[in-house]
Design a protein around this ligand. Structure first.
Ligand code: ATP
Ligand code: MG
Length: 168
């Protein structure tokens, strides 16, 4: 299953040597989303245990989400709200076919004041709205390499912000 995305406007790769580095990246991306305080769509790819949920947790924390942040691997969707902004954390790993996405009614989640974070987007192949960012996490021994692609100007702004704050 592939995503069939266009060529990204900007790409960026980073080595995440420790889980703290993954948290750092999530925090920076969250900051960048909070600055504009409008919605966005982020796809997260990578094998089981690569760090997608860890990254999203740190992102949500830095956007002001409090309390427990559960992995959506069983419920498929976890919802949070901070002031007027909604955060929808989705995980499509358990989808058997892409049509389940339509049937679950998830299309309605993509509105202008929603940040939609999707693990395993390839399981809904081609049915999803285009992302602002695609984040791909790859194993590098015990460490991770993250590859980020920006597909919209909003995504490019996130990558620029990341480069300004970069320490790794
Ligand atoms: N940069 C890193 N280096 C080493 N370990 C890391 C790094 N980032 C995260 N980890 C660890 O890898 C694991 C990632 O688990 P996580 O649940 O976030 O993965 P996931 O990609 O969401 O998996 P799934 O596909 O099952 O949802 C955690 O144990 C975390 O501590
Ligand atoms: Mg996960």
């Amino acid at each position: 299953m592939t995503l069939n995305l266009p060529t990204p406007l900007v790409t960026q790769s980073l080595l995440l040597a420790t889980p703290e580095d993954t948290d750092w990246l999530g925090q920076i991306l969250g900051e960048s989303l909070s600055i504009e305080s409008t919605g966005g769509v982020i796809y997260l790819q990578g094998e089981l245990g690569a760090g997608k949920t860890s990254l999203v947790r740190a992102l949500l924390r830095s956007c002001g989400v409090q309390g427990r942040i559960k992995s959506p691997s069983y419920a498929l969707l976890e919802t949070y709200k901070v002031s007027s902004l909604y955060f929808y954390h989705l995980d499509f790993y358990r989808f058997k076919n892409p049509q389940e996405w339509e049937e679950a009614g998830f299309r309605d989640l993509f509105h202008h004041n929603a940040v939609v974070l999707i693990e395993w987007p390839e399981k809904a192949e081609g049915l999803l709205p285009q992302p602002d960012l695609l984040i791909n996490m790859l194993y590098e021994g015990e460490r991770r390499i993250v590859k980020i692609g920006a597909y919209t100007q909003r995504g490019v702004a996130c990558v620029n912000h990341l480069n300004l704050r970069r320490k790794i």
